[in-house]
Design a protein around this ligand. Structure first.
Ligand SMILES: C[S@@+](CC[C@H](N)C(=O)[O-])C[C@H]1O[C@@H](n2cnc3c(N)ncnc32)[C@H](O)[C@@H]1O
Length: 242
């Protein structure tokens, strides 16, 4: 019999935002796999590390690149596709040997989560359970203490990596928005928000729920350099009808 694959959402950073179910399955797994940047421990591992046992095998999946902009002839999709093929093969080896594998994923696994690419490669071959995690959008709203969408308003979740015109069109049409994946995209995103006259409504959250979180109006963010683990929220207009 093969092992089971668990995709465990571990939440946005605060270890207390881990679910009881994720914790139970984490403890049942013989193998714990997690994404990490080169030379770093990985956010998802840091969140759950206090719960791991010494006899659980740790499998870091070290990203070959951490930015979507690569110099030619490198191409982000090709490099990452090969990385996920290799990672899936490593995990399949453990699963074929009958070992349960827990893949940690920051936030929710199926919401822009790295686990999705392993799920695409493995879920049809192995019994798979996905445990949702507290996603960063709602974690940022709670940290900022701001209601996001009232009544029939629509929330647009937008990647900051989009080209400027596409970003402008999506934001112009949004009742409320979360712009994710900031990092090097931040100057472009801020320019578009300013052009659309949305700056006064825009809030900035960096590493929300973590010990070093930074929360402020977008207008108060100094300089053009912000981390990747940051987003801008534009809440829906306050509903005064009830
Ligand atoms: C690849 S997505 C991962 C989303 C994650 N699976 C989730 O459910 O929230 C990475 C983006 O999520 C956002 N993000 C994740 N954690 C965050 C946090 N603690 N504070 C602010 N933004 C966060 C940032 O915009 C970051 O660029």
């Amino acid at each position: 019999m093969t092992g089971r694959l668990f995709g465990l959402g571990v939440g946005p950073g605060d270890p207390e935002l881990l679910t009881l179910k994720a914790l139970r399955l984490l403890r049942e797994a013989a193998v714990v796999a997690y994404p990490a940047a080169r030379g770093r421990k990985g956010r998802a591992l840091t969140i759950v590390e206090e719960h791991l046992r010494a006899d659980q095998e740790r499998v870091p999946m070290v990203y070959p690149v951490t930015t979507e902009a690569l110099p030619a002839p490198l191409d982000y999709e090709t490099v990452m596709s090969a990385f996920y093929d290799e990672s899936a093969a490593v995990l399949a080896h453990h699963l074929d040997a009958g070992r349960d594998v827990a893949v940690l994923c920051e936030g929710d696994p199926l919401f822009y989560g790295s686990f999705m690419y392993l799920h695409d490669r493995l879920a049809e071959r192995y019994p798979t359970t996905v445990v949702p995690g507290v996603c960063s959008v709602v974690a940022c709203a709670s940290a900022l203490a701001v209601p996001l969408v009232y009544r029939n308003q629509t929330l647009s979740v937008i990647s900051g990596v989009l080209p400027e015109d596409a970003l402008r069109a999506r934001l112009a049409a949004a009742d409320a928005a979360a712009v994710m994946k900031l990092g090097t995209q931040f100057p472009k995103v801020r320019r578009v928000i300013e052009d659309l006259g949305l700056t006064d409504r825009a809030l900035y959250a960096e590493r929300a729920t973590m010990a070093d979180q930074r929360l402020m109006p977008l207008r108060a963010v100094e300089g053009d350099s912000v981390p990747y683990f940051a987003m801008i929220l534009i809440p829906g207009d306050r509903w005064t009808g009830v």
